[in-house]
Design a protein around this ligand. Structure first.
Ligand SMILES: C[S@@+](CC[C@H](N)C(=O)[O-])C[C@H]1O[C@@H](n2cnc3c(N)ncnc32)[C@H](O)[C@@H]1O
Length: 175
């Protein structure tokens, strides 16, 4: 299970600033961000593909959180005010055959982020917001191309330099 790190803390601090009726988290991990969402939203739904994370969250998160084992948002068909994710974003390590899906996001690091965005955009309320963690270690220009294609725009809400990368949380919404 992914142990909360700088990226998790940056997203949970940002999520504190949002309120609404319903929120979705893709890639819940230990539940550190879902726990914040529970304090600000009436309905909270989380997904992950890693069974141990889901089992841990089942026993540690408030009972009203819905926890679903699925790829991205593939099993979900309702609209949300807020969708959040701290996706795996490191570029694949060519030397390593077992690129852990909790931290490696594809050949240029951004592919899983793009997959999460494509999977969730249809679930976003017209006035809703998506919060996603990005790193300078992944190829962010591919995200910018997808946003143009999907009629979405982004702005940076929080940014933090750590010793080998800059992390940011961007807010994405319909134009
Ligand atoms: C960087 S960790 C973030 C965990 C937690 N949200 C946090 O911030 O500490 C990414 C999470 O995404 C999950 N994940 C990876 N691929 C996924 C997919 N296709 N669908 C759903 N979850 C996925 C991983 O299992 C992992 O728990």
């Amino acid at each position: 299970m992914y142990i909360p790190s700088d990226d998790s803390f940056l997203l949970s601090e940002t999520a504190e600033q949002y309120n609404g009726r319903s929120a979705l988290e893709i890639g819940v991990g230990s539940g550190i961000i879902a726990r914040v969402l529970c304090e600000h939203f009436n309905i909270v739904v989380c997904t992950d593909i890693f069974f141990q994370s889901l089992r841990y969250c089942k026993y540690t998160l408030p009972k009203n959180v819905k926890i679903i084992c699925c790829d991205a948002a593939s099993a979900i068909h309702i609209k949300f005010d807020l969708i959040v994710s701290n996706p795996p974003y490191l570029p694949y390590d060519q030397e390593n055959k077992n690129n852990d899906s909790a931290v490696y996001g594809g050949p240029s690091g951004i592919e899983t982020t793009l997959h999460f965005l494509k999977s969730t955009v249809g679930l976003l309320d017209r006035n809703g917001r998506i919060l996603i963690v990005l790193s300078t270690l992944s190829n962010q220009s591919k995200l910018d191309d997808l946003l143009v294609e999907m009629n979405l725009e982004k702005k940076t809400i929080k940014e933090r330099k750590i010793f080998y990368e800059t992390l940011s949380v961007v807010e994405i919404h319909f134009k």
